[in-house]
Design a protein around this ligand. Structure first.
Ligand code: ADE
Length: 224
């Protein structure tokens, strides 16, 4: 899979994309992540990519030309399954959407910034608009980072234990059961006896009960 992220502040994504699990996934050849600086595509001699909005509203709007040229340059190299724009008014990002996107070959994520982008790009070029939640960020980079992380970690081979990605909270609309590690007692707090019993079937039963109880208590909406 290949993910191309377009941003006016590409450096803000560097450390995120080049550390830990995402770095390892790229080294293993399981995913390619490329970040493009939108300013490299402007024809403006001052490298500006934005202008005042028609109608006199406050804020700046990213112009069509650099976005169009950047996306055309990428499309000339390969076909894209989705051209995503990050925006607070987009479709809500969730685990099913991450699963679906992780099956794609090539996707573009265009990060919004300032007041937004010229609406003609959204109408004519963008195939999917995605929000990571009902709050407004200063730019789409954190949204692109969240999406990339959630998409890449479920690609087979990215997380050592594949079963672990598939049994995550939300994969089956259930929150995960509690997890514990050594020592069995710390500060007087004991790990539940069942987990020390070595009885696999009983442990699985207990974990399911815990998952159901936590989901009912914390996220009853998921059980509907
Ligand atoms: N850009 C600004 N806020 C955002 C949000 N909540 N989701 C996606 N992109 C955004």
């Amino acid at each position: 899979m290949r993910i191309d992220i377009i941003s006016v502040v590409p450096e803000s994504l560097d450390s995120f994309i080049n550390t830990s699990i995402l770095a390892r996934a790229q080294k293993k050849g399981l995913v390619e992540i490329h970040v493009h600086n939108l300013r490299d595509y402007t024809k403006d001699k001052h490298r500006r990519v934005d202008d005042y909005p028609y109608g006199g509203a406050a804020g700046m709007v990213i112009q069509c030309q650099p976005i169009f040229d950047c996306i055309e340059a990428l499309k000339a190299e390969r076909d894209y399954d989705e051209i995503i724009f990050t925006a607070p008014d987009g479709e809500k990002f969730d685990q099913p959407m991450a699963n679906e996107l992780s099956l794609k070959e090539n996707i573009i994520i265009l990060c919004g910034h300032y007041k937004g982008i010229d609406y003609r790009i959204r109408e004519n070029i963008i195939t999917k608009e995605v929000s990571i939640g009902d709050y407004v960020l200063t730019g789409g980079e954190l949204a692109a980072a969240c999406m990339t992380d959630a998409i890449v970690r479920i690609i087979p081979g990215v997380i050592g234990d594949e079963q672990s990605a598939l049994s995550d909270s939300f994969q089956d609309n259930l929150l995960e059961p509690p997890v514990y590690t050594r020592p069995a007692e710390y500060n007087g707090w004991r790990v539940p006896d069942i987990l020390l019993s070595g009885h696999d079937a009983k442990i699985a039963e207990w974990e399911l009960e815990q998952s159901l109880a936590r989901t009912k208590r914390l996220r009853p909406d998921l059980l509907k």
